[in-house]
Design a protein around this ligand. Structure first.
Ligand code: NI
Length: 481
């Protein structure tokens, strides 16, 4: 993640080396999945193991997002108990980018043009023993070039300290390590040797450029450079993997442990955190099929996007059960993977589970292959959690076109009442908006990642029930109209 200043000579070089080899998609297409490596035409499987986030005790995914095409953003990063210093580093980076996006291009837009989406997604690389490693992938479609950048964050549970990617390499071995990297890079087309020397000799630019390192399953160290970081932007993102036998002597004590935990993971993660008891997942069960006839009575479909969020969603399920109300949850695949038990509880209580993509990109900006990947991977996670594949999807930002529809068999669901609850984190405002705007057969858009939205639900249920409304799922509403 670096704001790159391009030297003029590189622009010239760029024109000459459009066919430079690189490890990302040859068309420079971004890996919007943000997890599992480069999918699609590049077809290079991730050399880094991916792990099951649902096995991390007390994991919370911190999400923020909007559903509005005038301010399209979605960010996420993991908050693992015990690794607070690393969480703080991710939070700082994410909030800086998001604040810039919202104040500069989103809410304060000067030219009237709608901004393209900002997306920050995460991948947990290692969660084993006393080592935690996470990669954040930022896709800012408003930025110059591909707008794609990646950064890895490391936590050393033994020392109780956050480590940057460069912290994997011992201070005394940095020169040898850098020189080995340079040797590998200088053979690549599109890499500018003089530029590389300058970048690596300045500590600040070195740290900014060498901010994505992770071990491969066989102990090699994979160093990923964002587009334009080590040469001409046309060369795309570049990766160098130094084999284990070469890189191991240069690793720091933490680097060696991170390497060991990647190659031979321990059965569990132990960062020394004292686990606060997590909120129990509710066990409400639906009493058979819903026989509400929306031709005869007033129905409304409440929909909750972007979850599940461990504690907020659990609270919401209790409110719904107290009022015998059903709702539809448009879940994000990356959150389903982290909290499959919560999604199971949603379904068991008679709610409907829909697909809201893996990590909330604007699907209309993706290739058909990427659209299918976003939706299919999420449907698979929902099916794994509940035993049933979804039939509905909600396109992030309501952005849907013929290409998106053609890429899936899922039926799109938009909304007619928008609470804008991401913008107004106030339970009273959210409740009043729904109560004032809901009509017979309305589909109401809310987000269960916000505690304030969940807190608005009891008042919504009480008031609208008193006015004769019944709360049904979207599929039920559609089937009985
Ligand atoms: Ni959303």
């Amino acid at each position: 993640m670096r704001t790159h200043t391009l030297v003029p000579s590189l622009l010239l070089l760029g024109a000459l080396s459009l066919t430079a080899a690189c490890s990302s998609g040859s068309d420079g297409s971004p890996d919007v999945a943000g997890a599992g490596g480069r999918h699609g035409s590049a077809a290079t499987p991730s050399p880094v193991r991916s792990i099951d986030p649902s096995e991390i005790k007390g994991l919370r995914i911190v999400n923020d997002s909007s559903e509005q095409s005038s301010c399209p953003f979605a960010t996420s990063y993991p908050d693992v108990p015990g690794a607070e210093a690393m969480t703080a580093a991710m939070k700082k980076d994410v909030e800086k980018l998001l604040t810039g996006f919202r104040s500069g291009r989103c809410e304060g837009g000067t030219d009237g043009a709608r901004p393209l989406d900002l997306n920050i997604s995460h991948q947990i690389l290692v969660a084993s023993g006393d080592v935690l490693g996470v990669r954040l992938t930022t896709q800012d479609r408003n930025a110059a070039g591909s707008g794609l950048s990646t950064k890895t964050y490391w936590y050393d549970g033994k020392a109780g300290a956050y480590r940057t990617a460069l912290g994997l390499v011992a201070e005394g071995s940095r020169d040898a390590f850098l020189s080995a990297l340079k040797d590998r890079l200088k053979g690549r087309e599109g890499v500018d040797a003089a530029f590389l020397d300058d970048t690596f000799s300045d500590p600040a630019s070195r740290a900014a450029v060498l901010d994505d390192m992770a071990f491969t399953a066989d102990g090699g160290l994979r160093v990923a450079f964002d587009r334009g970081d080590v040469g001409v932007p046309a060369a795309g993102a570049v990766t160098v993997t130094l084999p284990g036998e070469e890189v191991t002597p240069w690793l720091s004590a933490f680097g060696k442990r991170a390497q060991r935990q990647t190659v031979t993971p321990s059965p569990s993660l132990d960062l020394g955190a004292t686990h606060a008891p997590t909120q129990a997942v509710p066990t409400h069960t639906a009493s058979g099929d819903d026989d509400t006839d929306c031709k005869k009575v007033r129905c409304v479909a409440l929909t909750f996007d972007d979850g599940p969020a461990a504690s907020e969603t659990a609270t919401l399920l209790t409110y719904l059960a107290q009022h015998k109300a059903r709702a539809t949850f448009f879940t994000l695949g990356q959150n389903v993977a982290a909290h499959p038990d919560v999604v199971r509880a949603e379904a068991r209580a008679g709610n409907e589970i829909g697909n809201h993509s893996w990590n909330h990109p604007d699907l209309t900006k993706l290739t058909p292959e990427q659209i299918a990947y976003q939706l299919n991977r999420t449907s698979a996670a929902i099916k794994a959690a509940t035993g049933k594949a979804p039939t509905l999807f909600r396109p992030p930002y309501g952005a849907v076109n013929a290409q998106v529809k053609a890429a899936t068999t899922l039926s799109p669901v938009l909304w007619d009442v928008d609470t804008e609850d991401w913008k107004y984190p106030d339970a009273g405002t959210v409740a009043q908006t729904v109560i004032a705007k809901a009509r017979r057969n309305s589909v109401v858009l809310m987000h269960d990642i916000h505690p304030t939205s969940v807190a608005a639900v009891p008042q919504i249920l009480r008031t609208l029930t008193a006015r004769g409304y019944h709360f049904v799922t979207v599929s039920h509403l559609r089937a009985t109209l």
